[in-house]
Ligand binder design. Structure first.
Ligand code: HEM
Length: 398
């Protein structure tokens, strides 16, 4: 398929093929493996350049990948994620109080802007020690970065401003270390400066921050938004959850499959000629992981377009697969389940606002809608949802 700027790649849209290629050692993520990149043939201001070239785990292979991922993996273990439950609960309840006020004043509110966005940005921002007044700048810049509608000039400016923002975060934490993951990354870099093998370059430090902060909020924002839309469109499925016949975790997993928050993720490269079905992907050619398409692959999922909480098995590829499997899947699940449980606990009559016909985000990566205006007929005034992950599903948070 053709990406913006006329760049040609192989889109991998079938579930089983995608699963196999994501774990295939003959497929790498270092952009130097890509002939088009190596030969400098990408167009000026190519909007996806950042995904392809950001220095960090997402563009690294083998030992390099292990080194970069290892720096953060300890912070996202099931135990560490479970310990975040009270924070996620508290942020969720505070946000719901705020949206209840907006709803009362205006009769409706944009659920994406006032609830689905602030929850994950607050949580990831806090983990990495961002000042709250940096959240909106970060979000605005990252929206440009994932946009397929940005002009080359806008894409380059967003990249520059984002790097400047993150460099200022690093400088502030160097001057005044905190109890946060940015401080930990700086310490890892400084501890490794004499040890060539463990060294984290300054560019990798900023690249890792960029990856974590964007991946840590844009995706979960889409997941919460997409789940609410799916429940609006399938009131029978919502009823199953409200009656306790299905857990909130099933809503999260089925949304991930049915409407993957990451539509497609650029890019991977063949390190040798690969026979895939009846085509040959040549060494040096690029592959695009098409997660949204794979989630609707009728060859893998019976009646793939149906949103069905009872689907068995509920497995999907929407957090990736293989060595680059999403580092934040446990956090995303915790945030989305908590958000949905409390949202519908507080506002059982939640419904789309009259005339709301949301437009899709114009992005190659991010899959959701730009707004989701809702009304809250029959709010309970307090939250009848069970506390702390108690949806009875027993679903693990990783
Ligand atoms: C609904 C929420 C999320 C979805 C759907 C999602 C999806 C994905 C996918 C599909 C990948 C694989 C990309 C590829 O190589 O093709 C990935 C990787 C990654 N995700 Fe997530 N993600 C989510 C939330 C998060 C959160 C909350 C964080 C951080 C706290 C995070 C951090 C990462 C990182 C660091 C990687 C790269 C891992 C590596 O290259 O080894 N993600 N995610």
């Amino acid at each position: 398929m053709e990406l913006p700027g006329g760049v040609v790649v192989w889109a991998i849209t079938h579930h089983d093929t995608l699963q196999a290629l994501l774990a295939d050692p003959r497929v790498g993520k270092n952009p130097q493996l890509w002939t088009t990149f190596r030969e400098g043939r990408l167009p000026y201001g190519w909007p996806l350049l950042n995904f392809v070239a950001v220095p960090g785990m997402v563009t690294a292979d083998g030992e390099d990948h292990k080194r970069l991922r290892g720096l953060l993996s300890q912070a996202f273990t099931p135990r560490r994620i479970a310990a975040l439950t009270p924070t996620v609960e508290a942020r969720t309840l505070t946000l719901l109080d705020a949206v209840a006020e907006v709803a009362e004043r205006q009769g409706e509110f944009d659920l994406r802007e006032h609830f689905a966005y602030p929850l994950p940005i607050q949580v990831i921002g806090e983990l990495f020690g961002l000042a709250p007044d940096q959240h909106d700048d970060l979000h605005a810049l990252s929206e440009t970065l994932v946009s397929s509608a940005a002009t080359p000039e806008a894409a380059i400016a967003a990249q520059r401003d984002l790097n400047a923002l993150l460099a200022s975060v690093v400088a502030a934490k160097r001057a005044e270390p905190g109890d946060d993951l940015t401080t930990d990354l700086i310490a890892a870099r400084e501890a490794g400066l004499d040890l060539d093998r463990q060294r984290l370059s300054e560019a990798e430090l900023v690249g890792t921050l960029l990856l974590m902060l964007i991946a840590g909020h844009e995706t979960t924002l889409n997941l919460i938004t997409n789940a609410v839309r799916a429940l609006f469109a399938h009131p029978d499925q919502l009823r199953l959850v409200l009656d306790g016949a299905q857990p909130w975790s099933a809503v999260v997993e089925e949304t991930l499959r049915h409407d993957s928050p990451v539509g497609q993720f650029p890019l991977r490269y063949a390190t040798e000629d690969l026979e895939v079905g009846d085509v040959v992907i040549r060494r040096g050619e690029a592959l695009l992981a098409s997660y949204a398409a794979a989630g609707r692959d009728a060859g893998h999922y019976p009646d793939a377009d149906r949103f069905d909480l009872a689907r068995q098995p509920a497995r999907h590829l929407s957090f990736g697969h293989g060595p680059h499997f999403c580092l934040g899947s446990g956090l995303a699940r915790l945030e989305a389940e908590t958000a949905l449980r409390h949202l519908f606990g507080r506002f059982p009559g939640l419904a789309p606002a009259a005339g709301e016909q949301p437009e899709p985000i114009r992005s190659f990566v991010s899959n959701s809608v730009r707004t989701l205006r809702v009304t809250v007929r029959g709010a309970t005034g307090n939250d009848g949802a069970p506390a702390c992950g108690g949806d009875g599903s027993g679903h693990p948070v990783t």
